[in-house]
Write a protein that binds this ligand. Structure first.
Ligand code: F6P
Length: 576
C-alpha cells in the first residue's frame, strides 16, 4: 500500500547527508577515473538491450549509497508495485495508473495470471488485448488494401489528428521507426489549432486515399475537435469538387465512415461527431495521455509499421517494466537515473536536462520527453495537497547530435550552468552508408559514416567529463591571452545510453526507461506524476476570451487592461 501522506524526503538522514556533501562538493572526474580503473565497469549497467554508462556522472560510492537510501526511504519499489497492481496512485483524479498493463503479454508477463488482474471490477488484460486485436485487424485491412476509401481506392496517407499525448507519442515513434514503414503508406500528424498546420499537412493530399484518425482521450480537446471538423470539411469539399460524392447527407455520412476513425475513451462523443463506433478504438481513464503511445493512440503507427513490429515495440516496454520491477535498486537503471536527476536538481542546482539522441530518427524524442517529464513532474504540491519541500521537475530539452554540437553545446561545455545530459546512440545504423572517397577527415576509404557519427558521440562525453586544463591548452602553443577562453573545466555530467539498433523493441525500451525515471523522481518528491491540472486554467480562459476576440464588446470589456488592449490591437490589425 502507498502512504496517503508522502514521506518528506528532505527530512530524512540521507537527504541531510547529501546536502552536507553538496555544500563542499568538488567533482573530479579525472581524479576519480585515475584512482579507480574499474569506475567504468562499476557504473555501467544493462537494462534489456540498453547499455547505460553512468560513470561520467558526478557520482561517488558515498553519494550513490545515500541516493539509494533515499529511494528505500521513499519506497520507490513498493510504490511501483502498487502502481502496476492498480492502486489509485493518481490520487487527485482517484485513478489507477496502468500504462504498464498496455504492454503486458497475454500470459500476464510473469506478474499475475491474466484472469486475476481485475482492477476496479474490470478485467484489464482482457480489455487491453481485445482492443489490440481490433487495432491489428484494422491496421492489416488498411495495409493490405482491403480497407478502401469512398471511391474504392486504397489508403495511402494516414493523418493523425491529436495533441499532447495524442500526438507527440505517435509522431515520435513514427519518425523513430521510419525504416519499418510499409512502402506506399505515409503518416502525417496534425496537432496545432493554428490552421496553417492542417492546411500544410493536407494541401497536397488526395482525399480519396486519405484516412483521418481523430485521437483524443477525452474527445473534448479544442484543438483536436476543431482540426477534426476542418478535416471533415476538407474531405467533403474535395470529394464534392471532383464529383466523387454528391451533395447529399448520405454521401457525406458514407465519406466520413470510410475516411475517419477515432481513438478515445469517450465513444459516445465519437458517435456524436459522426464516426461509426465500429470504427473507434477505445482506451481507458487509467492511462494518462502522455503514457498512452502504446495504447490504441498509436493506431497510425500500427498501420505504418504493422502489427508484428508493434508487438516487438510493446515487448520492449515490457522488458523495461520487468527490469524496473525485479532488479535490485543498486542495478535498477531507471531508479539510478531518476536518483541521479534528483542529485543534480535538488543538491547541485541543475535547472535543466539535455537529451541528445545520436540517431536522427529520434529527432522528436526530446519533444516527446518534454511532455512526459514536465507535465508529469512540474508540480508544486504533493499528492496529499501539501506544498512540496524541494524543487521538482526538470526542464527537458535537446536536439539530435551532431546538430546540437554546432548550436548549443558551447553553453554545456563552457557556460556557467550545470546541465546533465543523456547521450543516446545505436551501434548499427539503418543505412550503413560508406564514404569511399578516402579524402574525408579521419574516415578510411570504405569506412562506415556511422563510425564517424559515433566518434562524435564518444568525443563529446569525453570532452564534457575531462575537459582541458590551462596547461594542456598552453602546451598546444596557444597565446597566453586566449588560454582562459580555451580551457574546458570538465566535470560536466553525462549518461551514455547505447543500444544495438533502433528497432521497435529498443524504441519501446527507451520510452519505458524515461517513464520510470519520471516515476522515481516523482516518488522522491512525493508528487502525483499522473495528473495535469496545470494545463486547465489556460484552456478555460481561452474559451472565455474567444467571444472577446470575436468582437463581443461585453466580453472585451470584462478582460484585464493588458489583455483588453492586446485584443483591441489584434482586432485593429485584422481591420475589424
Ligand atoms: O492539455 C493537456 C492534455 O490533457 C494532455 O495531458 C493530453 O495528452 C492532451 O491534453 C490531449 O488530450 P486528449 O487526448 O484528451 O485530446
Amino acid at each position: 500500500m502507498t502512504e496517503s501522506v508522502p514521506l518528506d524526503s528532505t527530512s530524512t538522514a540521507a537527504w541531510k547527508q547529501l546536502a552536507g556533501i553538496a555544500e563542499h562538493f568538488e567533482p573530479d572526474l579525472r581524479g576519480w577515473f585515475d584512482a579507480d580503473a574499474s569506475r567504468a565497469s562499476t557504473y555501467t549497467f544493462q537494462a534489456a538491450d540498453l547499455t547505460v554508462d553512468l560513470s561520467k556522472s558526478l557520482l561517488t560510492e558515498e553519494i550513490l549509497t545515500l541516493l539509494l537510501q533515499l529511494a528505500r526511504d521513499a519506497d520507490v519499489a513498493g510504490r511501483y508495485q502498487a502502481m502496476i497492481e492498480g492502486e489509485h496512485i493518481n490520487v487527485t483524479e482517484d485513478r489507477a495508473v496502468l500504462h504498464t498493463a498496455l504492454r503486458r503479454p497475454k500470459d500476464g508477463g510473469g506478474l499475475v495470471p491474466p484472469s486475476e488482474f481485475v482492477v476496479d471490477g474490470e478485467d484489464i488484460d482482457a480489455q487491453v488485448h481485445a482492443t489490440l486485436e481490433k487495432v491489428y485487424t484494422f491496421a492489416d485491412k488498411v495495409r493490405s488494401g482491403e480497407w478502401v476509401g469512398v471511391t474504392g481506392k486504397r489508403i495511402e496517407t494516414v493523418v493523425n489528428i491529436g495533441i499532447g499525448g495524442s500526438d507527440l507519442g505517435p509522431v515520435m515513434v513514427y519518425e523513430a521507426l521510419k525504416p519499418y514503414v510499409q512502402a506506399g503508406i505515409q503518416c502525417r500528424f496534425v496537432s496545432n489549432i493554428d490552421p496553417s498546420d492542417i492546411y500544410e499537412k493536407t494541401a497536397d493530399l488526395d482525399p480519396e486515399t486519405t484516412l483521418f484518425i481523430v485521437a483524443s482521450k477525452t474527445f473534448g480537446t479544442l484543438e483536436t475537435l476543431t482540426n477534426a471538423r476542418l478535416a471533415r470539411q476538407w474531405l467533403w469539399e474535395r470529394l464534392g469538387a471532383s464529383g466523387a460524392i454528391a451533395d447529399s447527407e448520405d454521401d457525406r455520412t458514407n465519406a466520413v465512415a470510410k475516411h475517419f476513425v477515432a481513438v478515445s475513451t469517450a465513444l459516445d462523443k465519437v458517435a456524436a461527431f459522426g464516426i461509426d463506433p465500429q470504427n473507434a478504438f477505445g482506451f481507458w481513464d487509467w492511462v494518462g495521455g502522455r503514457y498512452s503511445v502504446d495504447s490504441a493512440i498509436g493506431t497510425s503507427v500500427v498501420i505504418a509499421i504493422g502489427p508484428d513490429n508493434w508487438r516487438e515495440f510493446l515487448a520492449g516496454f515490457h522488458a523495461i517494466d520487468e527490469h524496473m520491477r525485479s532488479t535490485p535498486l543498486e542495478r535498477n537503471v531507471p531508479v539510478l537515473m531518476g536518483l541521479l536527476n534528483v542529485w543534480y536538481t535538488n543538491f547541485l542546482g541543475a535547472q535543466s536536462h539535455a537529451v541528445l539522441p545520436y540517431a536522427q530518427y529520434l529527432h522528436r524524442f526530446p519533444a516527446y520527453l518534454q511532455q512526459l517529464t514536465m507535465e508529469s513532474n512540474g508540480k508544486s504540491v504533493r499528492w496529499d495537497g501539501s506544498p512540496v519541500t524541494s524543487d521538482t521537475g526538470e526542464i527537458f530539452w535537446g536536439e539530435p547530435g551532431t546538430n546540437g554540437q554546432h548550436a548549443f553545446y558551447q553553453l554545456i561545455h563552457q557556460g556557467t550552468r550545470l546541465i546533465p545530459a543523456d547521450f543516446i546512440a545505436v551501434a548499427s545504423p539503418a543505412h550503413p552508408l560508406k564514404d569511399n572517397s578516402g579524402d574525408g577527415h579521419a574516415v578510411k576509404p570504405g569506412q562506415d559514416v556511422h563510425d564517424l557519427f559515433m566518434a562524435n558521440f564518444f568525443a563529446q562525453t569525453k570532452a564534457l567529463a575531462f575537459g582541458k586544463t590551462a596547461d594542456e591548452v598552453r602546451a598546444e602553443g596557444t597565446a597566453e591571452s586566449v588560454v582562459p577562453a580555451r580551457v574546458f573545466a570538465g566535470n560536466k555530467p553525462t549518461t551514455s545510453i547505447l543500444a544495438p539498433a533502433l528497432t521497435p523493441g529498443v524504441v519501446g525500451q527507451l520510452i519505458a526507461l524515461y517513464e520510470h525515471i519520471v516515476f522515481t523522481e516523482g516518488t522522491i518528491w512525493g508528487i502525483d506524476s499522473f495528473d495535469q491540472w496545470g494545463v486547465e486554467l489556460g484552456k478555460q480562459l481561452a474559451l472565455q476570451v474567444t467571444p472577446a476576440v470575436a468582437g463581443d464588446p461585453d466580453a472585451l470589456a470584462s478582460q484585464d487592461s493588458s489583455t483588453k488592449s492586446l485584443i483591441a490591437k489584434y482586432l485593429a490589425l485584422r481591420g475589424a
